[in-house]
Design a protein around this ligand. Structure first.
Ligand code: GNR
Ligand code: NI
Length: 153
């Protein structure tokens, strides 16, 4: 169990583009384990490597729905369908939430932690998480896509 520091707010690393993983070495496996530990500790449903300061295309997701503990390496969105408008938050922007429109159904192609290619279709929150995390790998953050901020007292 090892926690990594989550980069927040104006940390410039959050705006940088991540590089594809070329070989799934021990460093990457440890990164994945630490990302799960960090995500569960912070009670997030997903985490992208740049959020812990590593500019590699690695994402972990666990929405708490049926497909638990997903690892996505070098992910790409290959299909999008429909539209959903819903609330989004980000561990890198604590204390904020806003409404963002996303596709309602999203299919990704990625490598799992063993390096096997897989495709996965998600709907609702999982589709939203796919979009949110893949945006992180491109240096894009949800705060630039918010249509309406959620008011907090
Ligand atoms: O914990 C998180 N919740 C969330 C809610 C709606 C849409 C996306 C997310 S991802 C976020 C964790 C995070 O910051 N991942 O990058
Ligand atoms: Ni985020």
């Amino acid at each position: 169990m090892a926690l990594r520091n989550i980069r927040i707010d104006d940390d410039p690393i959050l705006r940088k583009v991540s590089r594809p993983v070329e070989k799934l070495d021990q460093r990457t496996q440890t990164l994945i384990d630490d990302m799960f530990d960090t995500m569960y500790d912070a009670e997030g449903v997903g985490l992208a490597a740049p959020q812990v300061g590593v500019l590699k295309q690695v994402v972990v997701i666990d929405t708490g729905e049926e497909d638990e503990k997903m690892v996505l390496i070098n992910p790409e969105i290959i299909r999008e369908e429909g539209e959903q408008r819903g609330q989004e938050g980000c561990l890198s922007f604590p204390g904020k939430a806003g409404f963002v429109t996303r596709p309602n159904v999203v299919t990704v192609r990625a490598l799992d932690r063993e390096g096997n290619v897989f495709e996965k279709t998600g709907e609702g929150l999982l589709a939203r998480a796919f979009c949110h995390e893949i945006d992180h790998l491109k240096g894009q953050v949800y705060i630039d896509k918010v249509e309406e901020w959620v008011k907090r007292e």
